[in-house]
Ligand binder design. Structure first.
Ligand code: ADE
Length: 230
């Protein structure tokens, strides 16, 4: 039976889901608090991973091993790379890749994990369709595209150009591809849903606290529809 792991990047983002959780129980593992219960009538495990790929990878493997989740959703904010994206728009992952995996000195393309069959991890087609449907119903502007992850906050237009030209990324963040790789290794479906907080070019200073609340409400509405549809 279905059990959904939901990982948030920030406290604010899992707050609304936590408040709506029934029969809540919490467990701490590797410093991460996991809340199990039901949300919108569905069995879920909610947690905040912290920032970066290692936190995201550890959190995802624990969700699978200790909590038996059958699918993983990641929700958070990201920097827009695609020129048509505006702040507040949503990116739904078609697939994820680690942009900071760099063995170009050995002749491998940027983002390619040496001696491994795949370096880009496709999201679950059914979850993509459900998220797209939710966005359409909510009249939420969205784009389905490549999510690039690395242990770097991107804040330069040169890097934006490079990530677009070399890896065709739609947005940059710091966790998605780690979640995606762990799910791939365990044969578990996943989806990343990101709300654009900036344009990754170091300009347009965003009121992060204010934005986070708006972004959380947006992703909460999308997650509600995905969970209710499942
Ligand atoms: N999360 C939000 N904005 C980001 C950026 N510009 N780079 C990496 N992660 C982000």
């Amino acid at each position: 039976s279905l059990r959904t792991g939901i990982i948030g990047a920030m406290d604010e983002e899992i707050k609304l889901l936590l408040e709506g959780m029934q029969e809540k129980e919490t467990t701490i593992k590797a410093g991460i608090t996991y809340s199990t219960g039901t949300v919108f009538g569905q069995p879920v495990v909610l947690c905040k991973s912290g920032v970066g790929k290692v936190n995201a990878a550890v959190t995802t493997q624990i969700l699978i091993d200790s909590f038996g989740v059958t699918q993983v959703l990641f929700t958070g904010v990201a920097g827009a790379l695609h020129p048509e994206l505006n702040i507040g728009d949503i990116v739904i992952s078609s697939r994820c890749m680690q942009h900071d995996m760099d063995a170009t000195a050995l002749g491998f393309a940027r983002g390619t994990i040496p001696y491994q069959e795949v370096s880009s991890f496709p999201a679950d087609p059914e979850l993509i369709l459900q998220a797209e449907k939710a966005c359409r119903e909510l009249k939420q502007t969205y784009l389905t595209g490549i999510v690039l992850s690395g242990d770097q906050f991107i804040a330069s237009s040169d890097t934006v150009a490079l990530l677009r030209d070399q890896l065709e990324g739609s947005c940059a963040e710091m966790e998605g591809a780690a979640v995606a790789q762990v799910c791939f290794m365990n044969n578990i479906p996943y989806l990343v849903i990101r709300s654009m907080s900036d344009k990754a070019d170091g300009s347009a200073h965003v009121n992060f606290a204010e934005f986070t609340v708006a972004a959380s409400e947006r992703s909460h509405a999308i997650l509600e529809r995905i969970l209710q549809g499942s």
